[in-house]
Design a protein around this ligand. Structure first.
Ligand code: AVJ
Length: 332
């Protein structure tokens, strides 16, 4: 089915007409990243490639696991504090979302904010943008949605109609945890430039906590996270003529204390040679491919990071179990 989102959106959004070009570029990007990542030592593949159709489905399933607290706790925090958040932010703000994220959380925020002149989700995945926009326009009658197909870590400008209003940024799910501290700082600085003086920024950030809670969250009993991690090899097989045998690799999740992050790996269970896009890669038993970093921050650590990027921390909310945090930042 062809995308029809552009029918419901103002001219210039053109999600559907640009999507095939964007997809061609994206598949080059995947091939290039996988070949480079399997060649370097230690081997690594960027975690943004988890999210093909199957990977996105598996991630949805992860968010419903008893062990995976972030989605549940963040949604509860939003639900509990949305009135206060809306009061602090004030009315008439344009909502700019980094990553099209979980529409349920966006919807909660939109309802609390009341008058929102426009909602601008920024994502490189045209298809997720289309789906999220479609669902949200069903939930919020008359909402103006201006999707932006772009890499939100480097986006330089908002559509012209967004320039006269105040902006509220929203970056949920602790996706900021996938970035290194340096990358997170430059993302926050770029967001400051994009959102501009007088804006606010609401972020969901996962907290540091005992390893006894973290490890099961990234290595659940039903093996859904293992399937999510291994799907990266399946995606390489499907899209890059790979011949990974998924039964000869295992999922592993470890806490790196020095770096303050969860790390995910795919571990070779045997000596084996794998072909990808016409090239051969030899693995020894126990050799790993690093597939994800998920940084955790104390409230104070995140506030310090925000300050170095030009933001002023206004308020932070955490749950009773100290599992997750919501931060509201301001730009003067
Ligand atoms: C979507 C990046 C926030 O790091 O917790 C879930 C992805 N990885 N289980 C996270 C993920 C393994 C998730 N983020």
């Amino acid at each position: 089915m062809e995308s029809d989102i552009s029918l419901r959106l103002p001219e210039g959004s053109a999600v559907s007409s640009r999507s095939s070009r964007v997809e061609a570029r994206a598949s080059d990007d995947f091939a290039q990243a996988v070949l480079a990542g399997l060649t370097r030592r230690p081997r690594s593949i960027p975690c943004r490639f988890f999210y093909d159709a199957r990977g996105s489905e598996l991630f949805e399933e992860i968010t419903r696991l008893p062990e995976y607290y972030p989605t549940r706790v963040e949604t509860a925090l939003l639900e509990a504090h949305r009135g206060e958040i809306a009061a602090l932010v004030g009315s008439g703000c344009i909502l700019v979302e980094f990553g099209s994220g979980s529409s349920r959380k966006t919807s909660l925020l939109l309802s609390a904010l009341g008058e929102v002149p426009a909602y601008i989700p920024i994502d490189i995945a045209a298809e997720s943008l289309r789906e999220a926009a479609e669902w949200l326009s069903g939930q919020h009658d008359g909402l103006t949605i201006l999707p932006l197909i772009a890499d939100f870590t480097t986006t330089r400008a908002l559509p012209p109609m967004a320039q006269s209003k105040r902006r509220l940024g929203f970056f949920s799910g602790s996706t900021i945890g996938n970035l290194s501290h340096a990358e997170a700082a430059s993302f926050l600085a770029n967001a400051a430039r994009l959102l501009g003086p007088g804006s606010a920024f609401l972020l969901g950030v996962d907290l540091k906590k005992p390893v006894s809670i973290l490890i099961p969250a990234y290595n659940d009993g039903r093996g859904v996270t293992a399937s999510f991690n291994l799907n990266l090899l399946g995606r390489i097989n499907r899209e890059l003529q790979g011949n990974f045998d998924l039964s000869r690799f295992a999922h592993d999740a470890v806490w790196n204390e020095e770096a303050g992050r969860m790390e995910m790996y795919l571990v070779s269970l045997t000596d084996q040679t794998v072909r990808v896009a016409g090239r051969s890669f030899a693995f020894t038993t126990g050799e790993r491919i690093h597939t994800e970093n998920s940084h955790k921050y104390t409230v104070e650590e995140f506030r310090a990071l925000a300050r170095t990027s030009g933001w002023t921390p206004a308020k932070a909310w955490t749950d009773e179990g100290q599992l997750f945090s919501l931060h509201l930042l301001r730009l003067s």
